[in-house]
Design a protein around this ligand. Structure first.
Ligand SMILES: Nc1ncnc2c1ncn2[C@@H]1O[C@H](COP(=O)(O)OP(=O)(O)OP(=O)(O)O)[C@@H](O)[C@H]1O
Ligand SMILES: [Mg+2]
Length: 243
């Protein structure tokens, strides 16, 4: 069965005027990482969840819809011996093509999609993308400025009736703003019970083409594991191996 969005009913029954957008196989779950705020950790979350999923034994691929290609550049520095994760790089403006190429990757359990900053600049394309999502993760920092834009973005996602959750990222748990952020976010949507702390090892892993799950003793592994487990439980995806 094909998952089809385009002038027909989507999997969840929402109608759209979009052109045909298909991804095969229908059993692949789709996570979209998006945020109303640049630099909140969309790409970081995408790559760390993808690495975690690959090591957990899931067949996973990523899609980089950001013309700046931060995710694709990370693949370019990824060591040759690291576990292979297929990636499709096509801008959001050509979502149809991105989905066609992802569909051509074959049998997958999970597809994780990284989106460009400034999602509000292309609401039509984002709406089309959201309709494909089984789960939308919205990473955010804990500062007041970050919260304002992600709360607005979450309202948009919820109007589209997509399953979604905020993920607090780059956190400093000892700061008063951490609890205030949790309070603000839980008023505006669902909140992942695990946050990802600000760790140098996460930044470093980014620079050397790895995920924290691939760096021995790296800080942040338990944080990423928490978010991954939360996402898999929400999607109802069975995970073959412990990481
Ligand atoms: N938890 C974290 N701890 C330390 N560094 C982090 C963490 N999360 C993200 N970073 C770093 O913060 C920077 C911004 O993260 P990232 O590129 O993932 O954000 P983004 O939302 O994709 O940005 P953009 O909107 O520009 O695409 C990167 O250098 C990344 O390595
Ligand atoms: Mg990015």
């Amino acid at each position: 069965m094909r998952r089809t969005v385009g002038g027909k009913k989507s999997v969840r029954g929402a109608a759209t005027d979009a052109v045909n957008t298909t991804i095969q196989p229908s059993r692949a779950k789709i996570i979209v990482c998006s945020s109303g705020k640049g630099g909140s950790g969309k790409t970081c979350l995408t790559r760390n969840l993808a690495v975690f999923a690959a090591h957990a034994g899931l067949r996973v691929a990523t899609i980089d819809l950001d013309p700046q290609r931060g995710l694709t550049n990370w693949y370019a520095v990824r060591p040759g011996e690291a576990v292979a994760i297929p990636n499709v790089a096509v801008p959001l403006s050509n979502l149809d093509e991105a989905m066609r190429r992802a569909g051509a990757l074959g049998d997958l359990d999970l597809v994780i999609i990284d989106t460009p900053p400034g999602v509000d600049a292309s609401p039509a394309e984002m709406r089309q993308l959201l309709l494909l999502a089984d789960f939308v993760l919205v990473p955010t920092g804990q500062g007041a400025g970050d919260l304002r834009s992600v709360v607005e973005w979450m309202a948009f996602i919820r109007r589209e009736q997509r399953p979604s959750a905020f993920v607090l990222n780059l956190t400093v748990r000892s700061a008063g703003s951490f609890d205030r952020a949790k309070q603000r976010l839980i008023e505006a949507g669902d909140l992942c019970p695990f946050d990802i702390r600000l760790y140098e090892s996460i930044r470093v892993s980014d620079e050397i083409g790895l995920g924290v799950a691939e760096m021995k003793g790296a800080n942040g592994l338990s944080d990423v594991r928490g978010v991954f487990t939360f996402a898999m439980n929400t999607l109802g995806l069975k995970v073959p191996n412990d990481v």
